[in-house]
Design a protein around this ligand. Structure first.
Ligand code: SF4
Ligand code: SF4
Length: 239
């Protein structure tokens, strides 16, 4: 029917307008900034770098692999990978981003950087009050501004963060079990080597070339028997 959509829209508006006087559920606006609506869990604005533990520099999950930098459509990520390695939050030596900048004024919140990161190191924040009068420097964030704790990630995206934590814990347990097995195997191999070194060597067999002198040298022909052929007796008879 012509105008059905308009009529439905107006009806909804009227329901909300009059209903808001009797039901808070119909009140679709709040007195911002004094009042704030809770952010939905799927909300996203701009990326941040996740760190574990109390020290953001030591705990950054990012290893500076630069995949997100390559994949970012508007190219607003800039990374310089470190030349050296340092222990991450788990004590494993890792490269780290010596420089990690994001130009938030260019970022289009597409989340591709999050999707491509193999280390769960970059996630989308829900912070949106970022207005500044410094058009350039004010929105070019370095890693100290981008770093936010895993607790923050769990607070804004609890379901997703719980899944990531469970996966990382599983991977960590597997890696620890593998490392433990490798240490045990190395210890067993060392113990076997020490045992072999400590036990006396068995007497060795004489070499094949040092046989007693009365035995025939190997490969030499046996002495030939005296000639008793019929030809020699024939010669004797003839004499
Ligand atoms: S955030 Fe992820 S993808 Fe980007 S450099 Fe760090 S580890 Fe690599
Ligand atoms: S959200 Fe998109 S545009 Fe923003 S930094 Fe990540 S990949 Fe780039």
């Amino acid at each position: 029917m012509l105008g059905e959509g308009i009529a439905k829209g107006l009806a909804e508006t009227a329901r909300n307008f009059f209903g808001s006087y009797v039901s808070k559920e119909r009140l679709t606006t709040v007195q911002f900034p004094e009042e704030r609506l809770p952010q939905p869990e799927a909300a996203r604005d701009f990326p941040f770098l996740v760190y574990d533990g109390p020290d953001w520099q030591a705990g950054l999950r990012c290893v500076g692999c630069q995949i997100c930098e390559k994949e970012c459509p508007p190219k607003c990520i800039y990374i310089e990978k470190s030349k050296d390695k340092k222990p991450d939050a788990l004590g494993k030596p890792q490269f780290y981003p010596a420089v990690f900048n994001i130009d938030i004024s260019v970022c289009m919140s597409c989340q591709i950087c999050v999707e491509v990161c193999p280390f769960e190191a970059i996630k989308m924040d829900t912070e949106f009050e970022l207005s500044t009068d410094d058009r350039f420097g004010g929105l070019l964030w370095d890693k100290s501004q981008l770093a936010k704790s895993n607790e923050h990630y769990n607070k804004i995206h609890p379901t997703e963060a719980a899944e990531v934590d469970a996966r990382l814990a599983e991977e960590k347990a597997k890696a620890e079990a593998k490392a433990k097995a490798a240490v045990q195997a190395a210890a067993q191999a060392a113990a076997k080597a020490a045992e072999a070194k400590a036990s006396p060597a068995p007497p060795s067999a004489p070499p094949s070339g040092s046989a007693p002198s009365d035995s025939a040298p190997s490969g030499s022909a046996a002495p030939s028997a005296p000639a008793t052929s019929s030809s020699s007796s024939t010669v004797a008879k003839n004499d």
